[in-house]
Ligand binder design. Structure first.
Ligand SMILES: [Zn+2]
Length: 532
C-alpha cells in the first residue's frame, strides 16, 4: 500500500468512528445549556469520555505520528493538511492516563468552585452579576470596595488547584518534549511562540502612550465622582478592568429598547447576502429559568446542510445587540464551509479567524453608520451619542489589550514555574505596569486565581487579541479593496467573505487564511491604526 492509500484508509475509518461521537458531544452540550438538568450533565460527561477514548490507543497514535513525520513527502496538499490536523487532534490528548484523568478531575472541581462560590457583601452572599452591578452603578465607596474584595475571594479557594493543574499540564508537556505547557499549547494551536511574543510586545509599546492618556482622563473623572485622591481598583466598573467604564449619563441602550434584536440581526446579515433564517429557526435566543445565562454558537456535527445553533438570552439593549451580531458571525462562518472538504477540514481555520468575524460583526452595534442605516436610529439621536460611541470603541479596545497583556505575561510566567512563591506579587506588578491600576497597600492575595480562564481555559487569551488584529486587517481590506465603503451594506463583501474566509474552512492554517483573505500576513498595524 502506498502511504497515500494507507492514510486515506485511516482517515475514512477515523471519520466513521469520530463523527457520531463528536456529534453526540455537541448535542449533549446543547441540551445541558438549554435545560441545565443533571441528566443532561451526565450525558455530557459520558459522551465526553467516549470522545476522549477515541484517542487513547498508543499504537494508533504512533501511526499518526508516522504519517505526520512523513507529511512533506505527500504529493497532495489536501492530504498533508488533513495529516497535520489529525496529528494535532491526537497529540493534544496524549499522555500518562493517570495525569490526564487527574487534570480532568481538577478542571471539573475548579469549574464547580467558580460556579458555586459566592462572595460576601454586607454579610450577604452575592454572585458575579450582583458584583458587576455594584461596580457598574454604586456610588458608595465602602460597598464597592467590599464587592471588589468579594470578587477575589474565590482565588484562595482555587489557588492550590490551579497550581496543581499547571504542574500536571507541564508534566504532559515535558513528556512530549516541550519546555512547558505554554509552549506545547501554542504549538498545538499552530502558533509560533516567538512570533506571538513579538506581536504582544509591539502591541504593548504601540498602546502605551494612548492608554496612559486614557487612564489619566478616566482617573480624573473617577476622582471627581468618588471624591478621592487616588483611584483604587474598586473604583473601576468591573473586577479586572477588562472594559472601559460606561458613561452613565448617555443612554445608548435606548436605540434598542423598542427593537426586535433578532430582526435586526437578520437584516444585518441580509444586507451582506448571508441568510441566517435557518440558524434563527434552530436557535434558542431568549432567557428562561434553568438555561445557560451566557451566549454561544454551536455547530452540531459536520453533515451538510450544517446544523448551526445560537444560544442567547436576548434583552433589548446594546450589550445584547453586540452579542447577537457576534454569535451570528460565528454562525455564518460555520454555515458556509465548503461541504466538499474532507471531514477534518470541515471546520473553521482557527479560533482566531472565527473570533475575527464575530468581533467585526459585533462591533457594528456601536457603529454610527450601522445604527443609522440598519437599526434606523434617527440622525438627531445619533448626533448626541456619536462622539461617545467612537470614543468608547477605541477605549474598549485599548483597555482590553492592556488587560490581555496581563493575562498573557502572567500565564507565560506561571508555566515557567508554577511553584514560584511570588505569583501574587507578580500579578500585581503586571497590573500596575500594564493597566496602571494601583495595588491596594499590603495586598498579598492570589487574585490571579480569581480569573476562571487561568484555571480552565489556559493559554487561550491571545486568541482574542489575534482575533482583534485579524478583524481590523480584514475590515480594512474589505473596505479599501473590495467594497470601497462600509462593508456591512454590501453583498459583494458577503460573497468575498464566503469565498475567501468561510468556504476554505480549515483547508489552510490560520496564517495562510489571513494571507489569502487580506493579501498580506497578519500585521498589527491595522488594529493600532484603528485606535487613533
Ligand atoms: Zn466569539
Amino acid at each position: 500500500m502506498t502511504p497515500h492509500a494507507e492514510i486515506e484508509g485511516f482517515l475514512t475509518r477515523f471519520e466513521e468512528r469520530v463523527a457520531p461521537v463528536e456529534k453526540a458531544v455537541k448535542e449533549a452540550w446543547w441540551r445541558l445549556a438549554i435545560t441545565g438538568t443533571e441528566d443532561a450533565q451526565r450525558e455530557l460527561v459520558r459522551a465526553g469520555m467516549e470522545y476522549n477514548r477515541l484517542f487513547g490507543d498508543k499504537a494508533e497514535y504512533e501511526k499518526v505520528e508516522g504519517f505526520y513525520e512523513g507529511r512533506d513527502a505527500l504529493e497532495s496538499d489536501l492530504l498533508r493538511r488533513q495529516v497535520e490536523v489529525l496529528y494535532r487532534t491526537f497529540a493534544g490528548r496524549q499522555g500518562d492516563e493517570g495525569v490526564l484523568e487527574r487534570i480532568e478531575e481538577l478542571e471539573a472541581r475548579a469549574n464547580a468552585v467558580y460556579g458555586n462560590h459566592r462572595g460576601l457583601v454586607g454579610g450577604k452572599e452575592v454572585g458575579e452579576n450582583e458584583i458587576r452591578e455594584i461596580l457598574r452603578n454604586s456610588g458608595d465607596e465602602a460597598l464597592r470596595r467590599e464587592a471588589w474584595e468579594a470578587s477575589k475571594t474565590v482565588g484562595r479557594e482555587v489557588e492550590e488547584t490551579v497550581r496543581e493543574l499547571a504542574r500536571l499540564r507541564n508534566r504532559l508537556a515535558r513528556e512530549a518534549g516541550y519546555p512547558d505547557h505554554y509552549h506545547r499549547s501554542l504549538d498545538l494551536q499552530e502558533i509560533d511562540a516567538g512570533q506571538l511574543v513579538r506581536i504582544m510586545f509591539s502591541l504593548e509599546s504601540a498602546t502605551e502612550e494612548q492608554f496612559r492618556e486614557l487612564k489619566v482622563n478616566l482617573d480624573e473623572k473617577l476622582k471627581a465622582r468618588f471624591g478621592v485622591e487616588t483611584v483604587m481598583p474598586w473604583h473601576l466598573s468591573d473586577p479586572f478592568f477588562q472594559e472601559a467604564p460606561e458613561d452613565a449619563g448617555l443612554d445608548v441602550d435606548r436605540h434598542f429598547r423598542e427593537k426586535d434584536l433578532t430582526e435586526l440581526t437578520r437584516r444585518t446579515y441580509d444586507a451582506l447576502g448571508l441568510d441566517v433564517r435557518g440558524v434563527v429557526a434552530s436557535s434558542d435566543l431568549y432567557g428562561r429559568p434553568g438555561k445557560n445565562q451566557h451566549a454561544f454558537c454551536l455547530s452540531v456535527g459536520r453533515e451538510y446542510p450544517y446544523d448551526v445553533r445560537v444560544l442567547a438570552n436576548v434583552r433589548p439593549d446594546a450589550y445584547w445587540m453586540n452579542t447577537m451580531l457576534h454569535e451570528f458571525g460565528h454562525a455564518v462562518y460555520d454555515k458556509h464551509i465548503n461541504p466538499r472538504l474532507p471531514y477534518l477540514l470541515r471546520t473553521v481555520a482557527h479560533t482566531n479567524t472565527t473570533e475575527a468575524i464575530a468581533l467585526m460583526m459585533g462591533s457594528l452595534a456601536d457603529d454610527p453608520d450601522w445604527l443609522s442605516a440598519v437599526a434606523g436610529v434617527p440622525e438627531a439621536e445619533l448626533d448626541e451619542v456619536c462622539g461617545y460611541l467612537l470614543w468608547r470603541d477605541r477605549a474598549d479596545k485599548l483597555v482590553f489589550i492592556r488587560w490581555a497583556l496581563v493575562m498573557f505575561n502572567f500565564e507565560k510566567a506561571l508555566y515557567e514555574n508554577p511553584d514560584r512563591e511570588d505569583l501574587n506579587g507578580l500579578w500585581w506588578d503586571l497590573v500596575e505596569r500594564l493597566q496602571l491600576v494601583e495595588r491596594p497597600p499590603g495586598r498579598d492575595e492570589p487574585d490571579w486565581a480569581a480569573k476562571i480562564h487561568v484555571a480552565v481555559a489556559p493559554v487561550y487569551y491571545h486568541n482574542y487579541v489575534l482575533g482583534h488584529l485579524v478583524a481590523a486587517q480584514l475590515r480594512n481590506h474589505l473596505e479599501e479593496r473590495v467594497t470601497g465603503g462600509p462593508f456591512f451594506m454590501s453583498e459583494v463583501a458577503g460573497r468575498y467573505l464566503q469565498e475567501a474566509v468561510f468556504g476554505p474552512g480549515a483547508r489552510n492554517g490560520w496564517e495562510a487564511t489571513v494571507l489569502r483573505a487580506t493579501g498580506e500576513k497578519l500585521n498589527p498595524d491595522y488594529f493600532v491604526k484603528s485606535l487613533r
